[in-house]
Design a protein around this ligand. Sequence first.
Ligand code: NAD
Length: 496
Amino acid sequence: MVRLGHYVGGCHVEGDVTQSALVDPATGQITGHVALGGAREIDAAVSAARAALPGWAATPPLRRAAIMFRFRDLVEKHADELASLITREHGKVHADARGSLQRGLEVVEFACGIPHLLKGEFSENVGAGVDSFSLRQPVGVCAGITPFNFPAMVPMWMFPIALACGNTFILKPSEKVPSCSMRLAELLSEAGLPPGVFNIVNGAKEAVDAILAHPGVDAISFVGSTPIAEYVYQTGSHAGKRVQALGGAKNHLVVMPDADIDMTVDALMGAAYGSAGERCMAISVAVAVGAAADPLAEKLAAKVRALKVGPGTDPASEMGPLVTRAHRDKVSSLIDSGEAEGAKLLVDGRGLTVPGYEDGAFLGGTLFDHVSPQMRIYREEIFGPVLCVVRAPDFEAALELVNAHEYGNGAAIFTRDGDAARAFVNRVRIGMTGVNIAIPVPMAFFSFGGWKRSLFGDHNVHGMDGVRFYTRVKTITARWPTGIRAGADFSMPTMR
Ligand code: NAD
């Protein structure tokens, strides 16, 4: 049985009595308990992070990068162990867990280049004998609040860049999947990170509210559902903190009549059912344009019926369970609503049992056709293995659908027509767009973020936006005395 407390000042700290059970979603068995911290634990972590800040901020970026290099090697060395922790608490299949860890590792690799990334600007002679330069300094104590669906990758979107920029950090992982983060904290210490630079407070709403209220927290990165993202953004901003808050999604894939249907179906299978649809970039709507609809629906249905659903530890499984039975039941009830509202249920994943795993949170792949924009299954984020096919008469109608949706995280177009692809890229109101790529997740050296109600705040995560979020710009204008004394000047200074 695992018993997790917190990680503060470079040490494991016992939690008090309030705790939450950790459940293996494949077996339904309790595997341990995690402490649920609140204001007292956040205050202790802020004290540790504030105490460590001056020394860490003054550490040359090259030395901070050296620790990131060592951390990178340690994560790689322990990749299988970390992926197993992800599978045990989240349920996704091992290869998928490994892949998500790799995407997090790429952010660490990006952060290893921090001496270059922090270079400022310099202008000589902006006025007579006056030089001007700008530099980037750490924001201070930063906090990260993360969702259940990427136990390693989403925290790793945040802390490697925050730390490399010279900030100290407090992570509040999802209470459903805390073990991987705790192991990453140990590996950071092993890599040579000084105590207090990276801390973890486990918990749920109470811990988040304590972060939002604490005057010692300077910046907050949040990833999770839209209602909580909006709450964190509004409350944190009101308290004078810098906040970026990434929310939910409803990602569309537009299938043009000229698309290669077999290739599109394969791409949709991975994008809709990989990780049981519990990805913020999962495709949950296929917009079939004109004649693409019938062959698409037919070929998809055959593949969805053949999906291999089983525990994430079985290499033969293509899709694992959902994160909890409560979440599985919520997704099932959305399927009920789709049926009741008149969508055509081509494949029904409800009621699936996996032999030997009868208590697991399993749901089979589900496919709807003839879904209309008024239906709940179209409007709401389902976050499960449910794909909705919406039929559109032409490109303009398909584009209008994508643009009218409240979410704006990802979208893709599958076509052989460069003109249609170019028009889509140009006119779509979506943060991350794919052309014949179903899940266009930007690499670590680009930035990740959606538009509309998928992101609150001005900065995306990782890439140069990560560096901008975790630093403040300071601009210096300097003159060295020349011996000339012109006396006081009371008019607005200009350099002319
Ligand atoms: P969630 O919003 O329930 O939880 C996210 C975090 O907020 C967790 O750490 C949780 O403890 C905390 N939290 C939950 N309820 C809270 C409350 N009332 N007050 C304060 N804090 C609270 O999200 P989740 O279910 O863990 O994750 C799934 C969601 O995350 C989906 O909506 C998904 O689209 C989204 N997501 C978005 C991205 C992105 O990049 N946009 C990436 C991954 C996940």
